[in-house]
Write a protein that binds this ligand. Structure first.
Ligand SMILES: [Fe+2]
Length: 409
C-alpha cells in the first residue's frame, strides 16, 4: 500500500525538491505551505509520516508538532523536524514539542529517504506509556531542563549523530576537493615557472645574439671607416696618418672633458673621416711644396663641403657629416665654408678643429717642416675663445702638459 507523506515547507523550491525525492521513490506526497495548512491536510488525509520545516508563517513547526502530538487521533504519526536551526536549544525545543526525529538542512536526500524508510518499516514511534525521563543539560549560559520519553531522546540523539556524520562526510569531501585543487594549482605553478624559465633563457640567447651582431656591425663600420681614411691618405702621403692621429687626440680631449663613452666613440669616427672630402682635391695640389695660390686654396677649402656630401647619406649614430663640414669653422665666425660662430658650431666640430690644427702644426707638411708641439699649443692658447673653444683648448693643453697624450708616429 502506498505510503503517504505530508511535507510542510514554506519555501516553494524546497518543497518541490522534497516532493520529487519522495515521489520518485513511490511515495504519495502531500504538500503544505505552513503549520495551519498542514494541520488541515493532516486531519483530512491522515498521512503515514510528517516532515516539517520549523520557521514558517502562521504556525511554525514546533507548534504544528505540539498540536499533532497532543491530538489522540494523530499523535501516533511519526514527525520529523527538518530545519536550518541546529543549536542544542533548537533540538530541545523539538523534543519538548514532541517531535520524533530531527534533521538539519542542508540534508542528504539518501539519509532522509533511508530515515523515512526505516521509520515506516518499523511502524509508529513508541509513545505507549514509556515513562518520561528528566534531562538537565547546559546550553550556553543557561541550564536546560525538560522531560521526554526515552525512545524519543534516543531518536533525537540518533538524528544528531546522523547529522554529525553527514556534516563530517561533507567536510572530508571538501577537504579532498581542496587538496585536489591545491595539487592542481601547484602543478600549474610548476608548469608556468618552467615556461617562464624557458622564456628567460630564450630571451637571454636572443640578447646575446643581438649583442654579437651589433659588435660585428661595429667592427664592420670601424673597418670601413679606417679603409676610407687610408684611401685618402694614399693620395696624400704627406698627411699620412693625419686622420688617425686627429681621431686619437679628439678622443683624448673628449675623455678629458668627461664626455660619455658613446660621444668619444663618435669622435673617433669623425676624426678618421673629417678630411674625406680631400678626395676631390688633385694630388698635385695636396702634395705641392711651397705656398698655394688663391685658386688652389679654394679647391682645398672645398673639401669640407665635399666631405659632407659624401657622408650625409650614411646613417651614423653620431653627427659625422655635420662635424665634417664644420671642422674648419671658427668660434668668431672667420672659418669656412659658412663662417658659423660659436653657438652654431657643434661640440664635436670644436674638438675636431683643435685636434686638427695641433696635429697639422706639430707634423711635417709639403710646404713647411714640422713646427713642433709647443708652437702648436701656443697657437691654440693664443686664440682660445676667438678661433677655438676655450674649454677644448684647456683640455688639450692639460693632456700635453701633464704628459697624458703623445702623438703616435
Ligand atoms: Fe681639414
Amino acid at each position: 500500500m502506498t505510503k503517504r507523506i505530508c511535507i510542510t515547507e514554506d519555501s516553494r523550491s524546497q518543497a518541490l525538491i522534497a516532493e520529487t525525492i519522495f515521489a520518485d521513490r513511490g511515495y504519495e506526497v502531500v504538500l503544505a505551505e505552513n503549520g495551519m495548512d498542514a494541520l488541515y491536510k493532516i486531519n483530512e488525509m491522515r498521512p503515514d509520516l510528517i516532515i516539517s520545516d520549523v520557521e514558517m508563517p502562521h504556525m511554525n513547526g514546533y507548534d504544528l508538532c505540539r498540536t499533532v502530538k497532543s491530538d489522540t487521533e494523530l499523535k501516533h504519526i511519526p514527525f520529523i523536524l527538518l530545519t536550518l536551526l541546529s543549536s542544542i536549544t533548537d533540538v530541545v525545543k523539538g523534543l519538548e514539542a514532541g517531535a520524533d526525529y530531527y534533521l538539519t538542512k542542508p540534508y542528504n536526500a539518501d539519509v532522509l529517504v533511508s530515515m523515512v524508510g526505516s521509520i515506516l518499516r518499523n511502524g509508529p514511534v513508541s509513545s505507549n506509556g514509556d515513562r518520561a525521563v528528566s534531562i538537565c543539560m547546559p546550553a550556553g549560559d543557561a541550564l536546560l531542563s525538560f522531560e521526554a520519553e526515552p525512545q524519543k531522546v534516543f531518536n533525537f540523539l540518533h538524528s544528531t549523530y546522523e547529522n554529525l556524520v553527514q556534516e563530517n562526510r561533507h567536510l572530508l569531501f571538501t577537504k579532498q576537493e581542496l587538496r585536489k585543487l591545491n595539487n592542481l594549482l601547484e602543478e600549474k605553478v610548476r608548469e608556468k615557472t618552467m615556461f617562464l624559465e624557458g622564456e628567460v633563457a630564450e630571451r637571454r640567447k636572443a640578447e646575446n645574439a643581438l649583442k654579437e651582431s651589433l659588435e660585428n656591425m661595429r667592427k664592420t663600420v670601424d673597418g670601413t671607416v679606417r679603409a676610407l681614411a687610408k684611401t685618402i691618405e694614399m693620395r696624400d702621403p704627406y698627411t699620412a696618418g693625419h686622420q688617425r692621429r686627429v681621431a686619437q687626440l679628439s678622443c683624448a680631449i673628449g675623455k678629458q672633458m668627461n664626455f660619455s663613452g658613446d660621444f668619444v666613440d663618435g669622435l673617433e669616427v669623425m676624426g678618421f673621416l673629417h678630411d674625406i672630402g680631400k678626395i676631390i682635391v688633385p694630388a698635385e695640389i695636396l702634395s705641392k711644396p711651397g705656398a698655394l695660390n688663391e685658386f688652389e686654396l679654394n679647391i682645398i677649402k672645398a673639401h669640407a663641403q665635399a666631405g659632407y656630401n659624401i657622408l650625409k647619406g650614411i646613417e651614423f649614430s653620431w653627427p659625422v657629416a655635420a662635424a665634417t663640414i664644420q671642422h674648419h669653422e671658427r668660434m668668431n665666425g672667420t672659418g669656412y665654408p659658412y663662417g658659423l660662430n660659436s653657438d652654431a658650431i657643434i661640440m664635436e666640430a670644436r674638438i675636431l678643429a683643435v685636434a686638427d690644427v695641433v696635429e697639422a702644426m706639430a707634423t711635417h707638411r709639403p710646404y713647411r717642416p714640422a713646427l713642433g708641439i709647443d708652437v702648436a699649443l701656443q697657437e691654440i692658447i693664443d686664440h682660445r675663445g676667438t678661433l677655438y673653444d676655450s674649454a677644448v683648448v684647456e683640455a688639450c693643453r692639460t693632456l700635453f702638459e701633464q704628459g697624458q697624450f703623445k702623438f703616435e708616429k
